[in-house]
Design a protein around this ligand. Structure first.
Ligand code: C2O
Ligand code: CU
Length: 517
């Protein structure tokens, strides 16, 4: 028998105990610290990042330590009162001209229900006016669009966000930031001027991961004005329902009539979570617009695919062959849109190996502003590390090294020229979407843009890439800036851009159960 001294055993127990505390203590603290309060204002989230510009009078101080004080103040009661009158303009004041009558008026009734897609396939999800995708909203540039949204039966509430339209902040449709989720039996009216011609889309921004997947979405087309449209103009909204790829809710090819010799514009909307290749056979094509902005001097392209960012749009224009042969636009696979008249027999071709690079496509133009002397410079550096997100251990996304919600809050003053470097060190691609603004791409991986000004609202940032973008802070509000791979957003790849003097009285969580991601 080996005699064990009682002392030795005690020492071992103490050592083990100390080791346990040493490991579990900090873990328990990290776990506890990561728990989200029942309700919190995004104004209290994370730490202020002034990007080298002036600090506003709002009193949201930077705290280098990250989480503690954000949580402390949120725990202390995130609380309508703290952001009430006196703290600044509330987002609800940032609206379109209230006295102006609507030019385009739409009522949308949202339901949760089993239904049939336009393809005939049964699907259990969400509808707008009985259908998914919802109706295409059409307006001419400069018109005031008014959409009355009624929630008949969607549990948990809904909103509509106008993806790519730089609406006044109160119309942005982000539950918990610009409004409360619209519960069953309630309604909300959106009003905005469609001041930019182009292709956009709308989707719910309440539990958006689940509701976008489930079909609460549709296309919005702003035409340039009377007589300026193409001869043929078609929307091609791509969405996966239960993993089945559809274009405008149809499986297989969508046929669009286009006369020989005519110009046709196909407005591709990628509502999916990943970048989508698109390619054309039967004629050269031009990439005439990206994210609702016309490309300057778009040259004809052959033998190259396009990459359409998740959440992004690409307007493809073709001139139909004089001999009447059809043209196929492949969207993410062999099927897509077939343009034709007498015949739609256009066999699929395989995807070209080369991809068009918007960094060098088109011809340069004088920029609308000078990004050379920015008022603010921000970093949006994405990474990944182990930690706790609301008490759940995992390998979570980071922004500038911080886990949600201890992420930077980008502060600007109206009129600022802002530069942002978006870098992706996370090992996975992220389609980045800033609400309320369009940004111009200055460079990728240090290589300057030399083509047409490349304006984006949805920018696919591949693993290992970094982009320098610039924009003018010309739309006051509190704006989300997040990954549009919506599961990533719900895993914390979200931050906000806030204007000095603007605040929000809405909270994430709370009685409206706002859950923007
Ligand atoms: Cu398309 Cu924050 O959304
Ligand atoms: Cu992502």
């Amino acid at each position: 028998m080996v005699r064990q001294s009682p002392g030795g055993g005690r020492v071992r127990r103490i050592v083990a105990g100390v080791a346990t505390v040493a490991v579990l203590g900090p873990l328990a603290w990290l776990w506890q610290d990561s728990l989200m309060p029942e309700a919190y204002s995004v104004m209290d989230m994370g730490y202020a990042d002034y990007g080298g510009g002036p600090h506003g009078p709002s009193g949201h101080e930077t705290h280098a330590a990250g989480g503690a004080s954000a949580h402390a103040s949120a725990h202390a009661g995130a609380h309508a009162g703290a952001h009430g009158p006196g703290a600044g303009r509330d987002v609800t004041e940032l609206i379109a001209d209230a006295g102006r009558p609507a030019d385009v008026s739409v009522t949308m009734v949202a339901r949760k229900q089993p239904f049939r897609l336009p393809s005939g396939r049964a699907f259990d999800g969400f509808t707008l006016n009985g259908q998914s995708p919802g109706p295409v909203i059409k307006a001419a540039k400069g018109q005031l669009v008014q959409v009355r949204l009624i929630n008949e039966s969607v549990p948990g509430g809904i909103t509509l966000h106008w993806h790519g339209v730089d609406v006044p902040n109160a119309e942005d449709g982000v539950a918990g930031v610009t409004q409360d989720a619209v519960g069953i039996g309630k309604e909300f009216t959106y009003r905005f001027v469609a001041d930019r011609a182009g292709t956009f889309w709308y989707h719910s921004h309440q539990m958006s991961h689940e509701q976008v997947r489930g079909g609460l979405l549709g296309a919005l087309v702003v035409e340039p004005g009377p007589g300026k449209g193409e001869v043929t103009d078609a929307v091609a909204l791509v969405h996966l329902y239960n993993g089945v790829r559809t274009v405008n809710g149809l499986e297989g090819d969508v046929r669009v009539e286009a006369k020989p010799g005519a110009r046709a514009r196909v407005r591709v909307v990628n509502t999916e979570y990943g970048v989508m290749p698109a390619w054309v056979s039967g004629a050269p094509y031009r990439l005439v617009a990206v994210d609702g902005t016309e490309v300057n001097g778009p040259a004809p392209v052959t033998g190259k695919a396009l990459a359409v960012a998740a959440g992004g749009r690409a307007d493809i224009e073709v001139t139909m062959p004089e001999n009447g042969s059809p043209v196929r636009i492949h969207l993410g696979g062999p099927t897509g849109v077939v343009l034709g008249s007498a015949s739609y027999d256009a066999p699929p071709v395989s995807r070209p190996a080369a991809t068009l690079d918007p960094l060098t496509y088109g011809t340069p133009a004088r920029p609308a502003f000078d990004p050379g002397r920015p008022d603010r410079r921000f970093e949006y550096d994405m990474g990944r590390r182990p930690g706790f997100l609301d008490g759940v251990p995992g390998l979570w996304w980071t922004i500038n090294g911080h886990l949600y919600p201890d992420v930077p809050m980008f502060h600007v003053t109206e009129g600022d020229v802002v530069r942002m470097r978006i870098a992706n060190h996370s090992g996975e691609p992220h389609p980045m979407h800033l609400h309320g603004h369009h940004a111009v791409v200055l460079s990728r991986d240090g290589v300057p843009a030399t083509g047409s000004p490349w304006w984006v609202d949805s920018l696919e940032v591949a693993a290992g890439e970094s982009y320098e973008i610039a924009f003018v802070a010309d739309n006051p509000g509190v704006w989300m800036d997040h990954c549009h791979n919506l599961p990533h957003a719900s895993q914390g790849l979200v931050t906000h851009l806030v204007y000095e003097g603007v605040t929000t009285r809405f909270t994430v969580g709370g009685s409206a159960e706002n859950e923007p991601e």
